[in-house]
Ligand binder design. Structure first.
Ligand SMILES: [Mg+2]
Length: 200
């Protein structure tokens, strides 16, 4: 059976925006993010992280570090709130990278849609009921290109993106939330309203 997914940007949405996360010490979860993901787990959404990690192509940190960060992310989610993510997908590429294996003009760097296509090969996803939550306008463009709804958060680059970039962009969020937990509470509210409407 198809399941709706909530796609989650990583840096600036789940964990604090610290520039490149080039060391485990730079991974700091945003308050409430673990609780938010547990609520999505409880609601039955697939939770799938989709992240651009061009630092790999740029030679700033190795691929192994990205995997270590994701192990830490999963550990923190579990410890803090008993939350889990169903998949963590990322793009290590950049066309102007210096590491030959990753210096490519790929299809998976957001806002290109390769990461969603990867997710759809693994999971039977109900895209019309799926959402993307992120702190950048490129996350909203990614949502638009894949036909899902976008929610923008004010954490990370969010405030500046919302004020200075979003007005010029075509891809608009359906909602702007303070942070991930606020975004998820807004989704919960919508679900309740919907179940109220459809009640006999
Ligand atoms: Mg981000």
């Amino acid at each position: 059976m198809k399941k709706a997914a909530v796609f989650l940007d990583r840096d600036g949405t789940i964990n604090e925006q610290m520039g490149y996360i080039n060391h485990l010490s730079r991974f700091k979860i945003i308050p409430g993010a673990a609780e938010a993901i547990r609520i999505l787990n409880d609601l039955g959404y697939l939770t799938i992280v989709v992240s651009n990690q061009s630092g790999v192509a740029r030679g700033y940190y190795p691929l192994d570090l990205v995997h270590e960060v994701h192990l830490l992310l999963k550990h923190v989610l579990k410890e803090e709130s008993g939350a889990h993510v169903d998949a963590v997908l990322f793009c290590p590429h950049h066309p102007r990278g210096v590491v030959p294996d990753f210096a490519v003009d790929c299809r998976c760097r957001k806002p290109r849609t390769g990461l969603i296509e990867q997710a759809c090969r693994t999971f039977d996803i109900d895209l019309p009921h799926s959402l993307m939550i992120g702190d950048m306008c490129s996350d909203m463009e990614f949502a638009k290109r894949t036909g899902i709804k976008g929610i923008m958060v004010k954490t990370g680059y969010g405030l500046g993106e919302i004020e200075y970039v979003l007005p010029r962009r075509q891809a608009k969020p359906i909602h702007i939330a303070c942070d991930l937990l606020d975004a998820v509470r807004w989704i919960v509210h919508g679900e309740k309203a919907h179940s109220h409407r459809s009640a006999p």
